[in-house]
Design a protein around this ligand. Structure first.
Ligand SMILES: [Zn+2]
Length: 226
């Protein structure tokens, strides 16, 4: 059976849920107690349970899109399409604008991992550049790269919370134990890390993807998992 990552088209509007729309990585006050003292990351799914500030608004021409802080979001039409598609294993957490929901997977699947190689590489030092943008051409730092049998690369690691500073690629299909029920939309138990936050990737069977496409879910850009 084919599976697809439910990725979405680029949304050009600025949509933050738990951070302020501010280049200096400012977490909204209510989530500060959750932040790692060293890297500043929060457990995004835990943050959702702490609710949203009343001024949080999402704007998109799509039914399905990703917020700038990595949450999969839908409007009311998008939620209805997901529900009518027969997709199971999803929760829709309402946000204060009354128009949108965060799509949260309730089923995480285990990713079998085995470290294959460890090396060092040079990457842009985004924190230094944020402090001093004139350093963009020169600020580099060395990070540890772990290449894993699941197909992902894990870069850097926070000494306090253990989360990576960045991951590359998606876990391979054969590294995951997928449910027998093809209607279940799942997410790998490995965090996909970006420079500030992680992204929760949704993985769906071809039958569900076809159903979402047939119903005209705007913004969906599925990528076949391999
Ligand atoms: Zn940390």
């Amino acid at each position: 059976m084919k599976y697809y990552w439910l990725s979405s088209e680029d949304e050009h509007r600025v949509n933050w849920l738990i951070f302020l729309a501010d280049p200096n990585r400012r977490l909204r006050e209510r989530y500060r107690p959750l932040a790692c003292s060293e890297c500043g990351r929060v457990n995004e799914l835990e943050a959702l349970r702490h609710g949203f500030d009343r001024d949080v608004r999402l704007r998109s021409k799509f039914d399905y899109f990703m917020s700038d802080d990595g949450f999969d979001c839908v409007n009311k039409r998008g939620r209805a399409i997901f529900e009518e598609s027969g997709a199971m294993g999803l929760e829709f957490v309402p946000i204060p604008d009354g128009q949108h929901f965060v799509v949260v997977p309730t089923q995480r699947v285990e990713v079998k991992r085995e470290q294959l190689e460890v090396r060092e590489t040079q990457v842009m030092d985004l924190d230094a550049i944020a402090r001093n943008p004139s350093l963009i051409a020169t600020a580099r730092k060395s990070v540890r790269v772990e290449v894993d049998s699941c197909g992902m690369e894990f870069r850097g690691c926070c000494g306090a919370c253990g989360r990576c500073f960045e991951t590359l690629y998606w876990p391979k299909l054969n590294s995951m134990i997928l449910p027998k029920d093809a209607s279940l939309v799942v997410s790998p138990d490995v965090l996909s890390e970006k420079s500030w936050h992680s992204v929760v990737w949704l993985l769906a069977s071809e039958a569900i993807v076809k159903s979402l496409q047939k119903a005209g879910l705007r913004g969906l850009e599925p990528v076949e998992a391999s």
